[in-house]
Design a protein around this ligand. Structure first.
Ligand code: GLY
Length: 589
């Protein structure tokens, strides 16, 4: 979530009128500022001839320095995968509040030469000694401090293994070359963003509990300033160890020993064996057809792809365009409600849990769900068999890349909540995640996000916690999009809305700017982003149908690249709600 002050400071004059479009009309008010930004960053599109060629690459990420790191790596002869490694590791340095080496990621890769789409699961895993007792107070109630702060909150990181795997199997450059921009940023420093400065200030109490966190985030005894230079030599040294020894530079040897020593000294349970056993996994993505487009999205341990597929399957035969706005929103929300009901009921780590994926992804299952939608009335979530879902988190990061050859990467990476566990593992400089909280840690008890655990997502040593991260591709005959966003459970409805907007003909700037709408079964209310232009009579009609409408603060931080192959035009856009992002299109030779 972004502060209003930063949003306003970003406002620029509108550059042209937008077409009046049917079922996404409520997103319109953000478009003007976004298009202005977009035209600067990603070039004008309707009024000028396409300036792109087949040697053009596009990158959109949540931080300008990370986007530039990606282009630097392409200029070295790298492909989209090498650029993704540079972007992810640069974000680890410049946007540590959202993701990093001490966290994990889920990514889709498209290999243009073979046409293959694949999924890299670098989700964190529970250490072997995980114990429910560590997350309970003496009176048996959940201990939210241990599940969110400090080393017990941290799963074994997945990002270093996943990046090394991607470099080896799908990259063109040695890992050491792709890591150069991040090493330089860590060693030479950078101006910290306002978001990073505010995150450090807000998490000060937790960060100051740990000496290495204090020296990393309060280098002169106080929080960094946006006008100052922030350096991260500890992380720079760890990146250099990875440049020399690949994943072993992180999971074995001096860095691993230092992290385990620091974790144990602060009451955590990690062992060298936990680190040495971590492996990134390559999995088959979920694929489905919707409105003549192929949707490629994240399989478990993400719940996001399954939920998005369920929503699209429910909507598939419905003619949304012929409906009035209230009924369009009604059907979108009822699809969200039903997909979210299944969200945490069935899903977990596919290596540990048997999941009814054939059922959940089946059009026949969707037929049944669709038939349960009442034409002019909200279904109360309480009428459906109950499961609880977590509230949206506003953390994590997503970036999208298409290189000059058409290779693509859609990566969502996270340390879970802002600045993760707040625990920096000694001199490694690695800020550890607090992803253990994404497990249903205490049976029958809600965790910090209101999640009541099913056994599918119970914490077991070596198991990966369920995620909402939903990196996706949408591929049509002439146009394709690389899509994703942070935002906890809202990721799923953001990606759903972005897919529909893209299929509706929107470009990257329009997709990221559109106003958002979210329903996640529980709480039983429709969040509509503040500033939406849904007319009052439509809102009144929705309330008449039985909906509770919530005028919600902005959420998400979407980064999208669109390739219009018919017009030979790429567009890249960073979320206009984020003042630090950059979507950029550039010729690369
Ligand atoms: N930690 C947020 C998610 O993976 O969904």
């Amino acid at each position: 979530m972004f502060d209003q002050d930063t949003l306003q400071s970003r406002a620029k004059p509108a550059c042209r009128a937008m077409p009046d479009h049917h079922y996404l009309r409520w997103y319109r008010p953000m478009l003007a500022a976004a298009i202005a930004t977009f035209s600067v960053l990603a070039y004008a599109q309707d009024d000028t001839p396409p300036r792109t060629t087949t040697t053009t690459a596009a990158i959109a990420s949540a931080n300008v320095l990370a986007t530039e790191a990606g282009f630097e790596t392409l200029a070295q002869g790298g492909n989209a995968v090498d650029a993704a490694i540079a972007v992810a590791t640069s974000l680890s340095v410049v946007q540590p509040e959202a993701s990093g080496l001490g966290g994990g990621f889920l990514a889709l890769i498209h290999d243009a030469a073979t046409g293959k789409d694949t999924f890299i699961d670098s989700r964190e895993m529970a250490p072997q000694a995980v114990s429910e007792a560590d997350y309970l107070n003496a009176d048996g109630t959940p201990n939210r401090d241990t599940s969110l702060n400090g080393p017990l909150a941290a799963g074994i990181p997945g990002m270093p293994a996943g990046l090394a795997y991607m470099a080896e199997k799908y990259g063109k450059l040695p890992l050491a070359v792709s890591l150069r921009p991040a090493i330089r940023l860590a060693d030479e420093g950078f101006h910290p963003s306002g978001a990073l400065v505010r995150s450090i200030t807000r998490k000060e109490e937790v960060l100051r509990r740990y000496p290495a966190s204090t020296s990393k985030f309060f280098p002169d005894g106080k929080a960094p300033q946006e006008t100052g230079i922030f350096r991260d030599p500890g992380q720079g040294a760890t990146l250099k160890a990875m440049a020399e020894r690949g994943a072993d530079g992180f999971y074995k040897g001096p860095v691993a020993k230092e992290m385990v020593k620091a974790v144990k000294a602060a009451g955590g349970t990690w062992t060298l064996a936990d680190l040495a056993s971590y492996q990134a996994k390559e999995r088959a993505p979920i694929e489905l057809d919707y409105a003549g487009y192929k949707i490629v999205t994240a399989p478990p341990p993400s719940s996001g792809g399954v939920a998005v597929a369920e929503m699209l399957n429910i909507l598939a035969p419905i003619d949304l365009k012929s409906m009035d706005e209230a009924h369009r929103i009604h059907y979108l929300v009822e699809a969200m409600r039903r997909a979210f009901r299944d969200h945490n009921e069935y899903l977990g780590d596919p290596d540990f849990v048997k999941m009814p994926l054939n059922m959940l992804l089946s059009p026949y299952y969707a037929d049944g769900l669709r038939q349960s939608i009442l034409p002019g009335q909200a279904t109360k979530s309480a009428w459906l068999p109950s499961v609880a879902v977590k509230d949206p988190g506003m953390h994590t990061t997503h970036f999208s890349i298409i290189d000059k050859d058409g290779n693509m990467v859609s990566m969502t990476a996270t340390v879970n909540t802002t600045l993760g566990s707040g625990f920096v593992a000694g001199s490694s400089g690695v800020l550890l995640n607090n992803e253990m909280d994404d497990f249903a840690l205490v049976a029958g008890q809600p965790n910090a996000f209101g999640l009541i655990g099913g056994s599918a997502n119970a914490a077991v040593g070596g198991k990966r916690m369920l995620s909402s991260m939903t990196p996706s591709f949408v591929v049509g005959k002439d146009r394709l999009a690389v899509i994703g966003s942070p935002g906890g459970s809202t990721i799923i409805t953001q990606v759903f809305g972005a897919i529909l907007a893209f299929i509706d003909g929107k470009d990257a700037g329009q997709i990221t700017a559109q106003k958002r709408i979210h329903h996640q079964f529980m709480p039983d209310r429709v969040d509509i982003e503040k500033g939406s232009d849904i007319p009052a009579d439509v809102l009144a009609k929705l309330e008449e149908m039985g909906y509770e409408i919530n005028d919600a603060d902005s959420w998400g931080n979407m980064n999208v690249v669109v390739w219009d192959r018919a017009r030979n035009l790429k567009t890249a856009a960073s979320d206009p709600r984020n003042p630090n992002g950059l979507g950029k299109v550039e010729a690369v030779h």
